[in-house]
Ligand binder design. Structure first.
Ligand SMILES: NC(=O)c1ccc[n+]([C@@H]2O[C@H](COP(=O)([O-])OP(=O)(O)OC[C@H]3O[C@@H](n4cnc5c(N)ncnc54)[C@H](OP(=O)(O)O)[C@@H]3O)[C@@H](O)[C@H]2O)c1
Length: 300
């Protein structure tokens, strides 16, 4: 499928930009759908890479249809709440169908939310809502589930408490969780976009580790002894989520604290665990481990 045109929505973003780069490295032509008013420096960067920019107003269906025409696959890496995940992605989906694009990869890139019921994770419920439309559309869809971005281990995700030399966990210290770097997710997604025979779901993980195993890795990487810190059971985490949501709502924010806690609960609870993995589907992808990420981005 080298030489195919792949449309990428969200290419000005973190994951989308990396998917565009990985597609170009695989010999694809990349057309990025960009909203009017997107930052000039991001557009320049994409153009320097060799991406074709298609400026579209997502409220104009006809513009989006035109921008999708001739593509072998539309890849969405949009991020946001209902306006992006349900509304803008629906415009994109309808346009892809109308333009006769055979395949669509939605902006899922998460834990496997098909394994637990609605109501447990606000952001993933929006994807579920979009899937209802996607699964009715006459286009072949493929979701990429990657667990959590592994880079969050050194920053956003309060699992490894570097200053306190602790690995925090809820529930079971031996429950394994899935971590994949953003670049590995992008590389796999690019290969999937160029693969005409993908199934509905693909599951990848650069590493699968429990809190206990993370403590060992953190100790070895830093040379300091990391101990486990049990914050409580999953029932207690559920109560904290309710309290945090009631007292610090952040309903209009993409990642309020309670949303991060919902994600942690899903990961520690285990149902969203990715299996079986499709890591071996495309040769040539080197999977980055949690040890690699901690070694490269050590926070002291
Ligand atoms: N599994 C994990 O741990 C994890 C962590 C982080 C993200 N993710 C997922 O990865 C995907 C990409 O996230 P990211 O962090 O790369 O996002 P990002 O850097 O914030 O980029 C978001 C992109 O979406 C575009 N966008 C946002 N709202 C839009 C709308 N209403 N209409 C059209 N375009 C819109 C933005 O365009 P502009 O430049 O014009 O604003 C930008 O290109 C999302 O599905 C996100 O949930 C997963």
């Amino acid at each position: 499928m080298t030489g195919s045109t792949i449309v990428v929505a969200g290419a000005t973003g973190n994951l989308g930009g990396r998917i565009a780069r990985a597609l170009l490295a695989r010999g694809a032509s990349v057309r990025a759908l960009i909203r009017p008013g997107a930052a000039r420096d991001k557009l320049d960067r994409l153009q320097r890479l060799g991406v074709t920019i298609s400026s579209v107003d997502f409220s104009s269906a006809s513009q989006v249809v035109l921008a999708c025409s001739g593509a072998a696959c539309v890849v969405s890496a949009l991020a946001g709440l209902r306006d992006a995940i349900v509304e803008a992605q629906t415009v994109l989906l309808d346009a892809a169908v109308k333009a006769g694009v055979p395949r669509f990869i939605p902006s899922d890139f998460s834990i496997d939310f098909t394994k637990f019921p609605p109501g447990e994770n606000r952001n993933l419920d929006l994807r579920r809502e979009f899937h209802k439309r996607l699964d009715k559309a006459s286009i072949r869809a493929t979701t990429v589930f990657n667990g959590a971005f592994a880079e969050m281990l050194t920053g956003q995700m309060p699992l490894i408490l570097f200053k306190r030399r602790r690995v925090l966990y809820w529930g079971d210290a031996d429950q394994r969780m899935d971590f994949t770097t953003i670049d590995d997710t992008a590389a796999f997604t690019a290969s999937a976009a160029l693969d005409p025979s993908t199934p509905r779901f693909l599951r990848i993980a650069g590493d699968q580790l429990s809190a206990r195993e993370l403590a060992v890795v953190a100790s070895e990487v830093t040379g300091e002894k990391f101990r486990l810190f049990r914050a409580g059971g999953l029932g207690m985490l559920g109560m904290l989520i309710k309290v945090a949501r009631a007292f610090a709502p952040g309903e209009k924010e993409l990642y309020p604290a309670w949303q991060g806690m919902q994600y942690m609960r899903n990961m520690f609870e285990g149902r969203a665990k990715l299996e079986p993995l499709d890591n071996g589907r495309y040769p040539g992808i080197h999977w980055t481990t949690a040890r690699d990420v901690l070694s490269a981005g050590r926070v002291g």
